[in-house]
Ligand binder design. Structure first.
Ligand SMILES: O=c1[nH]c(=O)c2[nH]c(=O)[nH]c2[nH]1
Length: 293
């Protein structure tokens, strides 16, 4: 015998670009560039077990709803957009008890003139909103693909050595990583009225400041410093999860060319990479519930 376990379905990676004409500074245009994924769950066993689609709102409809809500809501914060969509699916589809909306936002930097933008290279803003009819609403936002580097103020030594250890201890190295961070909002403070743009700016700034200002003995230590600073600076948040690939920079041996290398010329390795992951929680953080499900 087998049984059907947890399941969900939806439309992944709907590319939605919303232009809001004349609503920016000095009558300029605003733009939101999103990659939207919806995932619905609830009373859906029939579709898996007997092919009964009477509870299955088509993923094509979900995609259309994403576009329609972009029109209706305007160039709002991605969290506000995801909240509205999540509530819509749970409120209008009886069998659907939970909606998970994920939005990746690609930033566009304003150029001179009211209609011109250049796409931000690199980092992506993220949010995942889960609306559950019984368990309530959770919001986890963050940033990914944020590559940062310190040319010094990083050491790594004092680690255990065994018969397979070849790496030398270092008192001065380059430290580089590509940050993925997710921050969980306190449920009682997160809703349509939250200043999500300010939280994003403050959390990102805190993370960058902690990375730059921490004299680091390991990427683990930098990870904790980043999470700690975000929670200290942004009271609306109660937990930060970080994934930090160690983007190794190895000194090139220039001796064959009769040259010294006093921490000046590096080989940036692509793989393998160390992967440092961790969670930092406020002492009074409520249970995570379904926030990361
Ligand atoms: O910051 C680091 N943490 C590690 O766990 C580790 N392991 C390693 O080989 N180099 C590093 N660097």
């Amino acid at each position: 015998m087998v049984t059907l376990g947890f399941n969900r379905y939806g439309k992944a990676e709907v590319r939605v670009v919303r232009v809001s004409r004349g609503t920016g500074p000095d009558g300029s245009d605003e733009i939101r560039d999103w990659n939207v994924s919806s995932s619905l769950s609830g009373d859906l066993a029939g579709s898996h077990l007997t092919g009964d689609n009477s509870h299955v709102l088509p993923t094509d409809t979900q995609k259309n709803t994403d576009y329609a809500f972009a029109k209706r809501l305007g160039a709002v914060e991605p969290e506000v957009y995801a909240l509205a969509l999540g509530r819509h699916f749970v409120q209008t589809q009886e069998p659907i008890t939970r909606a998970r909306m994920s939005v990746e936002e690609f930033g566009w930097r304003r150029l001179s003139g009211p209609h011109s933008f250049a796409r931000d290279a690199g980092s992506v803003r993220t949010t995942t909103v889960i609306v559950d009819r019984e368990l309530g609403t959770s919001i986890v936002s963050g940033i990914k693909d944020l590559t940062v580097l310190n040319t010094t103020n990083s050491e790594f030594w004092g680690f255990p050595r065994d018969e397979y250890t070849t790496m030398a201890e270092t008192r001065d190295r380059m430290l580089a990583t590509q940050v993925s961070a997710q921050w969980r909002f306190r449920p009682e403070t997160a809703g349509e009225d939250t200043d999500f743009a300010a939280v994003y700016a403050q959390a990102t700034e805190a993370l960058l400041a902690a990375f730059a200002q921490t004299y680091s003995y390991s990427l683990q230590q930098s990870l904790y410093a980043m999470g700690e600073r975000i929670l200290a600076d942004v009271p609306a948040l109660c937990e930060v999860r970080l994934a930090l690939p160690n983007k190794h920079h190895f000194l090139v041996d220039l001796q064959p060319f009769g040259l010294t290398n006093d921490n000046e010329v590096y080989y940036a390795a692509d793989r393998p990479y160390g992967l440092i992951e961790g969670r930092v929680l406020a002492d009074d953080a409520p249970d995570e519930g379904i926030a990361f499900s």
